[in-house]
Design a protein. Structure first.
Length: 253
């Protein structure tokens, strides 16, 4: 009996070691995946400082995420994320569909360079749309397309405390944007791909950032109320009026 208990104890230790080792390598896999698939989807440099994921508890985090800018823009980056936490259903990690209970992105730093209509964020957004639109017809041996096409379910995606620096005509307008919360993504049998998830994220970030820019400028009393109302109807509506208003703001200085 004692011998059997010793054997079971050894087996348990080996299982725990295997789980911890697997968790360590999963962090490396996440980092490599982000830095490989990210540039394919966004067409800009994407770097990740580190990642971790516990197979036992399903908790994980990423740190030091930096999304670069398209060519022609001078800012160091478009988006920086110091830390983001996530909770995953452990049993789904190696299944056909990974179930992510929550993603919480805390205090990202966002830089807008350009105007309301054409800027670094909208340029990245167009790249993402091009990738997700072409994803269905991508070659079967395209590793990036395969990775981005992995089925996901994201029950909750929160971006809080986002800080934005809008660099327009050499001037910088700093402001924060309200919390972004997406729920129930990919709950059907087809799930959602990483590319589509990135697109949803970029859509919300761009809209929140541009709406925040118009409000920040309007609060300074420099942009006409009509231009602000027109611009906040959507990320792409009324941009000509709002752009002219913000242009006038800097001409007066």
């Amino acid at each position: 009996m004692k011998k059997l208990l010793k054997i079971l104890a050894v087996v348990l230790v080996l299982i725990l070691v295997a789980v911890f080792v697997a968790s360590y390598f999963i962090g490396g896999i996440i980092k490599k995946g982000v830095e490989t698939v990210g540039p394919q989807v966004t067409k800009v440099d994407v770097k990740l400082g580190g990642a971790s994921l516990s197979l036992l508890g399903g908790g994980g985090s990423i740190s030091g995420l930096v999304v670069g800018n398209p060519q022609g823009y001078k800012s160091e980056s478009a988006i920086k994320v110091g830390k983001a936490s996530l909770a995953v259903s452990p049993g789904s990690v190696f299944s056909d569909k990974i179930v992510i209970k929550s993603i919480n992105v805390q205090a990202p730093e966002i830089t807008i360079e350009g105007g309301l209509k054409d800027n670094n964020l909208t340029a990245i957004q167009k790249n993402v749309e091009a990738f997700t639109g072409a994803g269905a017809g991508a070659p079967a041996d395209d590793k990036a397309a395969k990775s981005a096409g992995k089925k996901l379910q994201v029950d909750e995606f929160i971006v809080s405390g986002a800080k934005v620096n809008a660099v327009i005509m050499g001037k910088t307008i700093p402001f924060t944007i309200p919390e972004i919360k997406l729920t129930g993504l990919g709950q059907g049998p087809d799930g959602i791909t990483a590319g589509d998830l990135t697109k949803r994220f970029m859509d919300e970030v761009i809209k929140g950032s541009l709406d925040g820019l118009v409000k920040a400028a309007s609060d300074l009393g420099k942009v006409g109320t009509d231009a602000a109302k027109e611009a906040t109807k959507g990320a792409t509506e009324g941009v000509n009026k709002a752009t002219k208003g913000i242009g006038d703001l800097f001409k007066k200085k």
